[in-house]
Design a protein around this ligand. Structure first.
Ligand code: UN1
Length: 508
């Protein structure tokens, strides 16, 4: 018998250990719930749009000082943040499990992503390089410098409640920016915990302007204030395409920058030569992991007709036997859905799939895994005759639509025939097929993998996708450039004034 964990007590213990002031998470009227049991944990004080305005002003003041601190010194703050996160890993990971319902290894994995991006950003703080470019004029030098941008607004979703903040904040801070963060209304407590952890790093850092990175717990009005405030130079928003359709145009209207990381309807292709044991494991994690609530979750699978009869029955068996349970009390592989709304959306999609001729394995609620108020479901595998109806949309739940194919180009065409373009995989040992999938004629996604699943990207690569996924890139590679202002400098050290393009303009 495992012992019963009191979610409220456990939350209080963790928040206390992480140094989150009691007054910041109690005494308000904004409820916070745990999907583990579906019960209310606490009621917090929500910020108003006016509070948001004040906080943004403070962030702007802080920016004016922070931008003059040498970048490697700014990196030192992020190094300390990484240290604090290492010390807090077990507690913060468990708080992620409480607030999102992730299983323990995934809660810890999310915190590890935060540590990794801190390490990346520390190195980056000494590598904010610009180019030196050949000029056409004698006695001139042309170069690029990268400058801090301003206040960065971060809007994050419930499913990665802490990692997404860290991708943005670690980069923003070394780039000389300040941050104002509006976390999902479903995950305010992990946000407060991150703020407390960062505040500890700032205290150790010593002199830092007040308001380097602040959190705004609140609703839609607070998010709107962040999007519309003229002093917010960039908003990095993660969430649904519907949210992006509102946020993107509003930012564009005032010529602010945006990094949009929106929906995904990610697919994999299993080719005749695939290592099926490997594919099976990758598909299981990609489709069922995190209860299907990653933006990188595998949602569509195209299996070649020659291996369909081998792979799909094995997959179905995995769906029937995967362990589902309370992430705080069991070592189950699948935790709960975030809330009732998510469950209802899943039911709706399954109903539509059935109408479209789908054959469903799994998909039912698992009542004995938790309380009545919690939504534990068996992941669903749906064999579809073709890619129609709900298959074309992202449902944020563990549903994998499986379809048979005979021609790879046709499968790639189907693969690309959805609105989103985040992540994709091919399973093959044939290098021609693999390279074709990665080529200009292949997958149209921002992340294209061979022999690994669609989810679980490393922080070192740029993260994001095309089409309705929004086009933004966060995290590694040169994603930092979106957080800085580029200046092209031309210096004339000659005694003449030759004009570019051979133009003459002699005033005598
Ligand atoms: C998300 O679901 O919003 O690639 C982010 C992954 C994780 C990040 C997911 N590293 O699955």
């Amino acid at each position: 018998m495992t012992k019963t964990v009191d979610v409220r007590e456990e939350t209080a213990r963790i928040l206390d250990t992480l140094g989150v002031a009691h007054s910041s998470w109690t005494g308000g009227d904004m409820p916070s719930y745990s999907p583990v049991n579906g019960e209310e944990i606490t009621r917090l004080k929500a910020a108003s749009a006016a509070d948001a305005g004040r906080i943004i002003e403070t962030a702007d003041e802080a920016f004016k000082a922070w931008r003059t601190v040498p970048a490697p010194r700014r990196g030192e703050l992020v190094r300390l943040l990484g240290e604090e996160l290492r010390a807090a890993k077990a507690d913060l990971g468990r708080l992620v499990s409480i607030e999102v319902g992730k299983i323990e290894p995934e809660g810890l994995g999310e915190v590890q992503e935060m540590i990794d991006i801190c390490d990346f950003a520390v190195g980056l703080s000494r590598q904010l390089y610009g180019l030196t470019i050949a000029t056409e004029r004698p006695g001139h030098r042309m170069m690029e410098t990268w400058h801090p941008l301003g206040v960065v607004g971060v809007i994050s979703a419930f499913n990665f409640p802490v990692a997404v903040w860290s991708w943005n904040t670690a980069l923003a801070l070394v780039c000389g920016n300040t941050v104002v963060w509006k976390p999902s209304e479903k995950t305010p407590l992990t946000a407060l915990a991150c703020q407390a952890i960062l505040d500890r790093a700032i205290a150790r850092f010593g002199e830092a302007p007040k308001g380097l990175s602040q959190v705004l717990i609140g609703g839609r009005d607070v998010g709107e204030a962040l999007v519309d405030h003229p002093k917010v130079a960039l908003v990095s928003a993660t969430g649904s395409t519907r949210m992006g359709c509102e946020v993107g145009p509003r930012l564009a209207r005032r010529f602010a920058r945006s990094i949009l990381e929106l929906g995904g309807n990610n697919a994999g292709i299993v080719c005749p030569s695939a290592d099926l044991d490997m594919a099976l494991r990758a598909i299981a994690f990609g489709a069922m992991g995190t209860a299907g609530q990653r933006c990188t979750t595998l949602r569509r699978l195209f299996v070649h007709e020659s291996v369909y009869g081998d792979l799909v029955p094995r997959l179905k068996k995995a769906y029937e036997s995967v362990s589902i349970g309370n992430p705080l009390e069991t070592s189950a592989l699948v935790g709960p859905l975030i809330d009732k709304g998510a469950y209802e959306n899943m039911l709706k999609a399954l109903e539509a799939a059935k109408t479209a001729g789908g054959n469903i394995t799994g998909g039912s609620r698992v009542p004995d895994a938790g309380k009545e108020t919690a939504y534990y479901v068996r992941p669903a595998l749906v064999e579809m005759p073709e890619q129609t109806g709900p298959v074309l949309e992202e449902t944020f739940a563990p549903i994998l639509y499986v379809m048979k194919y005979s021609d790879l180009d046709e499968a790639i065409a189907q693969h690309n025939a959805v609105a989103a373009g985040l992540s994709s995989s091919i399973f093959t040992l044939d290098m021609r097929e693999a390279e074709h999938f990665l080529s200009a004629e292949g997958s149209d996604c921002g992340i294209t993998n061979v022999n690994i699943g669609t989810s679980g990207a490393e922080i070192g690569g740029a993260f994001g996708g095309e089409k309705e996924t929004g086009g933004g890139r966060e995290s590694g590679s040169d994603a930092w450039k979106a957080y800085m202002r580029r200046a092209t400098n031309t210096v004339n050290y000659s005694t003449a004034l030759p004009l570019a393009q051979g133009v003459s303009f002699d005033i005598e």
